[in-house]
Ligand binder design. Structure first.
Ligand SMILES: [Zn+2]
Length: 89
């Protein structure tokens, strides 16, 4: 449970291993395995067409700020798990 809360907190400020490891290592930005675009917290929760069906089962938002204001953290974590990227965050 503590680890879930830590991941939610990191997502809240837009940081994750998935999106920021390349900054620390100087690697190329990661790309989405579903659509080929650069991965970011915004991409996963707002933009990715490959994750649209999973997202719309739970919510529809226009921004990451709206996501964290209106969607419960447990739902956000469920979407991450369903999208199979939980271990990367
Ligand atoms: Zn994508």
């Amino acid at each position: 449970m503590k680890r879930t809360n830590e991941r939610s907190s990191l997502l809240l400020i837009g940081h994750s291993l998935l999106t920021h490891l390349q900054i620390l290592c100087g690697d190329d930005p990661p790309t989405c395995q579903l659509c080929g675009l650069p991965v970011s917290v915004r991409h996963i929760f707002v933009e990715c067409v490959g994750l649209r069906d999973i997202r719309t089962k739970y919510f529809t938002v226009c921004s990451v700020a709206e996501l964290f204001q209106s969607v419960d953290n447990s739902i956000i974590i469920n979407i991450i798990k369903e999208a199979h990227c939980y271990h990367q965050l």
